[in-house]
Write a protein that binds this ligand. Structure first.
Ligand code: SF4
Ligand code: FES
Length: 237
């Protein structure tokens, strides 16, 4: 069938404002949105800008707004978006990050916030033997959060960032949880200095939009609330 891709275009060097451009593309129901974008790029308009790498939901580089929802173009099938000949699919860049060109956003602030929470094991204690042993049960406490591919879909979907651009954001907090909950880690007090702030976990209003957007099914909102509880327990509240 023929679908119409309505794609937001913007080149900050030459355009005064973003605008939409429409492309008619032949696409089967089991093809992915990424395939349709590649068809446009290869055969209709080589100037269209978007990121992609693995094409299999692993690298996180092709996150975008698809019919108003955030997700990966390589994990979204045409049949999820269009049923009939002539159906239109609207594609926009992620929200809350500056557009560099078309569907490509500048991810710097997303990664700066991620780095702020120290997303690595902190432990200066001597290792007894050759490695730090962890049981299966200890690992399962935070297992889902290890699947993050840093795609920023949750960051785009979060309504809190509409009002407070300084909010750490869902991915950074989920990754802070990942290391705070790791039985081998001793860095929780350092991370709580960042998390226990107005722009940290306390900005989250439990909209659950991040959890719905996450292509890796990470229980982001739950992890944020667990972090709030850890803070309250430490305060004795
Ligand atoms: S938590 Fe999910 S949506 Fe957010 S960056 Fe990680 S994989 Fe993407
Ligand atoms: S291109 Fe790698 S996740 Fe989609």
């Amino acid at each position: 069938m023929n679908i119409i891709l309505k794609i937001q275009r913007y080149n900050p060097d030459t355009d005064k404002a973003p605008y939409f451009q429409e492309y008619t593309v032949e696409a089967g129901p089991n093809e992915r949105l990424l395939d349709a974008l590649m068809t446009v790029k290869r055969f209709q308009d080589g100037s269209l800008g978007f990121r992609k790498s693995c094409a299999h939901g692993v690298c996180g580089s092709d996150a975008m707004r698809i019919n108003g929802n955030d997700g990966l173009a390589c994990k979204t099938l045409i049949k999820e978006l269009a049923e009939n000949d002539g159906d239109m699919i609207t594609v926009e860049p992620l929200s809350h990050l500056p557009v560099q060109r078309d569907l490509i956003v500048d991810q710097d602030q997303f990664f700066e916030k991620y780095r702020e929470v120290k997303p690595f094991l902190i432990n200066d204690e001597e290792v007894d033997g050759q490695e730090r042993i962890q049981s299966r049960e200890e690992r399962m406490v935070f297992d889902d959060t290890t699947n993050c591919i840093l795609c920023a879909s949750c960051y785009s979907a979060c309504p809190v960032l509409d009002e407070n651009p300084n909010f750490l954001g869902p991915a950074a907090i989920a990754q802070a949880f990942r290391f705070n909950a790791d039985s081998r880690d001793n860095g929780i007090d350092e991370r709580l200095q960042i998390l226990d702030t107005p722009d940290g976990v306390w900005s989250c209003d439990n909209h659950f939009k991040c959890t719905k957007a996450c292509p890796r099914s990470i229980l982001i909102t739950k992890r944020i609330n667990q972090t709030k509880k850890v803070i309250k327990d430490k305060r004795g509240e």
